[in-house]
Write a protein that binds this ligand. Structure first.
Ligand code: NCD
Length: 353
């Protein structure tokens, strides 16, 4: 069974194919209007969403397919204590494909262990968000024509911002891409991602100055400080307005830089930026629908094989309190990298040796 759990489940060639398909859907929508008639998508959202859930829904409807599911775990049997493992074994009887969002890191990996239908990760805790990355990539492709020779600034909450983690992994694979990670010290990228980036020798620097980084950026990716992931409210209040992009700050930016944001925004982009031709965050929303159409179509129509070939071993229970294993009795599995590094199979927490 082919799932989309992490963006690296897709090769760069498969990403090119998804983008080509999305472009064809944009250009010739009539060709696809009944393409998935009779098929059902389940959207299981354990966490709030506007864009992601509605764009999955619209994507399926535009194929003539149907959608079922829940948008609030409190209104499902989850509130009675049902596990992800059991919910999936129920829902797979009703749907041909499942898009799920969960507040715990790694929950879709548990779903995939049980599911007979494709699982799409629509955001897991502060970990990954591969379909937002596909939306970001389609936007970059349409605005910039490709993914090489780009300097990409990520600004804001790089610790809990799952969209940042997935987009970094996706873009790092292209030639001559440089990352500038702009955040307060407390919200730097997680250790496992830094370890990945170092292992692959991606070019990056870390700073807490948006002003200094601005002139060299081709893409500025702003993010919301992820309030719901903070254990300490005081820390959130201290950090929440760390970076606010406004028209004044854009004066030193390249004329063809593009500004992305997965949305929702809170305070981090002033509305005086919205009419700047470089602002692409509402374009990302529409692109998100098209690329999700391409993804659903591909997963449902192609008899593709699962591409995960990691070496996996049993280990101790993962100590990360944000991991799905902290609330469900999942097998304590670990991935072993070529350099011997051991990480939780679900949340990527690096195990102490
Ligand atoms: C993002 C998410 O859920 O991670 N939103 C989205 O899916 N477009 C970003 C966010 O919530 O800040």
């Amino acid at each position: 069974m082919r799932h989309l759990l992490d963006i690296t489940d897709l090769t760069t060639q498969e990403i090119d194919e998804l983008i080509a398909l999305a472009m064809d859907i944009i250009e010739q929508p009539e060709k696809y209007c009944d393409a998935l008639k009779g098929k059902k998508l389940a959207t299981l959202f354990y966490e709030p969403s506007t864009r992601t859930r509605l764009s999955f829904t619209a994507a399926m409807m535009e194929f003539g397919g149907n959608v079922l599911g829940f948008s609030d775990a409190a209104a499902s049997s989850v509130s009675k204590g049902e596990t992800v493992a059991d919910t999936i074994r129920v829902v797979e009887n009703f749907a041909d494909i499942i898009a799920m969002r969960h507040n715990k890191d790694g929950a879709p990996w548990v779903a995939a262990q049980y599911s007979q239908v494709p699982i799409i990760n629509a955001g897991d805790g502060g970990h990954c968000h591969p379909t937002q990355t596909l939306a970001d990539l389609l936007t970059i492709f349409r605005q910039k024509g490709g993914f090489e020779n780009l300097t990409v600034g990520f600004c804001g909450d790089l610790k809990y911002g799952r969209t940042v983690h997935s987009l970094t992994k996706a873009l790092g694979r292209y030639k001559n891409v440089k990352f500038v990670f702009i955040s307060p010290d407390e919200l730097k990228i997680p250790d496992y991602l830094r370890s990945d980036i170092d292992k692959e020798s991606y070019n990056y620097l870390e700073t807490n100055s948006l002003e200094n980084a601005m002139p060299e950026l081709d893409i500025l990716y702003m993010t919301r400080i992820q309030k719901e992931r903070f254990d300490d409210e005081n820390q959130y209040n201290r950090l929440k307005d760390s970076f606010i992009l406004d028209a004044e700050k854009l004066k030193t930016a390249k004329k063809d830089m593009i500004i992305l944001h997965p949305l929702p925004r809170v305070n981090e982009i002033a509305t005086d930026v919205d009419n700047d031709p470089r602002a692409c965050y509402f374009k990302q929303v529409l692109n998100g629908k098209f690329i999700r159409r391409a993804l659903i179509y591909t997963l449902l129509r192609q008899k593709t094989q699962d591409t995960r070939h990691e070496k996996v071993v049993l280990g101790e229970r993962c100590p990360n309190s944000r991991c799905i294993s902290s609330i469900e009795a999942v097998k304590p599995l670990y991935k072993i990298a070529d350099n011997g590094e051991k990480r939780c199979y679900y949340c990527d927490e690096i195990a102490r040796r």
